[in-house]
Design a protein around this ligand. Structure first.
Ligand code: SF4
Length: 384
């Protein structure tokens, strides 16, 4: 096989659970780390043999907290993955794990990009999110990445925590942008209330939609002024520094998920196949050790529905959608700009991306009603 392929490796271990997090990660299973790494290597080798994994153009270690793994263990998984010469390899890293030694070891192992989970530089905001890292570690981490030679560094932020003021948010964005070596890429996500999290049971900590909208506008303005362009509704990059792995998701490209809860996609002429792995690391290890496929489910997506999903993904990027895919409706005024046959979201449109997506569905006269419930991709498309 040839063509672009992304590999997502899920590392489901965290030091503790943050109050807003609904990802498939665990704070009580560190004893599983070693067999889990061995299972990932075995699963990669099986996928290569079965023709599911050819030269990867990008690899993304996400989680969870991949920097919980000793570098040598992460490198064992990476070494097993056949990669194109210029493959992008990202590791998500807790700022407090980012010693210069660790970052140099990542470089030596073939990692090309580091993504730091920062969320906020205000201690009280981190506390209200149930995050425990010290914001003082953030500038040290980003500088250490630069000293270790990483040209590609991402910082993840979250806005809209109940304890956050406009000033807190502005300072967080400015703190990141005024670092001696600012990151090449920045993601800013609105805090969402997910079922089953401690936050859902605490209405006093729920975000306000209008506040979140104004925080998004502020972030976009400051990032644009600093030379960052938007590459997706929640992602901005300096020119030439977009995340190739995420861009693959947004183009409905092929990706293979390794590890528990990881999702995979393979496109075809008139549709695609998606499958996803068992959710817990225990079951993943047990399945691989027993020689069983760790797959929990799969679906085929075809025809109109597949095309609609492609449009919904593209709408969230500066590529936009063909003008004809959206109705010629007054209610889109100010939400999209139409040029060269394409319709692209404005800043206001990005705030209402889901509503504009719904018009894509309506514009296709309900032929794809089956996808009416499909939303925009989550933060980590490879994790349910
Ligand atoms: S937000 Fe990140 S660090 Fe916190 S529990 Fe979830 S995956 Fe772990």
């Amino acid at each position: 096989m040839t063509g672009e392929l992304g590999v997502y490796v899920h590392v489901p271990f965290c030091r503790h659970r943050c109050d807003y997090c609904a990802f498939a990660t665990y704070a009580d299973r560190d004893w599983l780390m070693e067999p889990y790494v061995a299972a990932c290597v075995a699963d990669v080798e099986r996928a290569v043999k079965d023709g599911e994994l050819w030269e990867a153009t990008s690899v993304f270690f996400g989680g969870g907290t991949p920097s919980r793994l000793p570098v040598a263990w992460l490198a064992r998984i990476l070494d097993a993955i056949p990669r194109a010469k210029d493959a992008e390899v990202t590791v998500e890293c807790n700022p407090e794990d980012a010693s210069e030694d660790r970052l140099l070891d990542y470089r030596a192992a073939g990692v090309t990009r580091i993504s730091f989970g920062v969320q906020s530089t205000a201690t009280h905001v981190l506390a209200s999110l149930g995050r425990r890292h010290d914001p003082a570690s953030v500038p040290l981490a980003v500088e250490a990445a630069s000293s270790a030679g990483f040209a590609e560094v991402n910082v993840d932020l979250i806005y809209g925590a109940a304890s956050e003021t406009d000033d807190d948010w502005a300072r967080t964005v400015d703190d990141v942008l005024t670092l001696p070596h600012p990151p090449s890429h920045l993601s800013a996500y609105a805090l969402t209330i997910e079922p089953g999290t401690p936050l859902v049971r605490d209405p006093d900590r729920h975000p306000d939609d209008d506040v979140q909208a104004s925080r998004y506008v502020l972030a976009d303005a400051r990032l644009s002024a600093a030379g960052y362009g938007w590459e997706e509704v929640s992602n901005w990059a300096l020119p030439g520094h977009g995340c190739r792995h995420n861009q693959l998701y947004w183009r409905q490209g092929d990706y293979l998920g390794i590890g528990s809860a990881a999702h995979s996609h393979r496109g075809g002429d008139d549709g695609g196949r998606r499958w996803w792995n068992v959710r817990t690391p225990d079951r993943y290890v047990a399945a691989v050790e027993a020689g069983r496929a760790p797959v929990a489910g799969e679906e085929r997506v075809e025809g109109e529905r597949y095309e609609l999903e492609r449009l919904m993904l593209s709408l969230r990027t500066p590529a936009g959608v063909p003008e004809s895919a959206l109705p010629d409706a007054d209610r889109l005024d100010g939400l999209v700009v139409r040029r060269n046959g394409r319709a692209v979201l404005t800043v206001r449109g990005r705030l209402m991306a889901n509503a504009v997506s719904a018009m894509l569905v309506a514009g296709r006269e309900g032929r794809a009603a089956a996808v009416a419930g499909a939303g925009a991709p989550g933060r980590y498309p490879a994790v349910p």
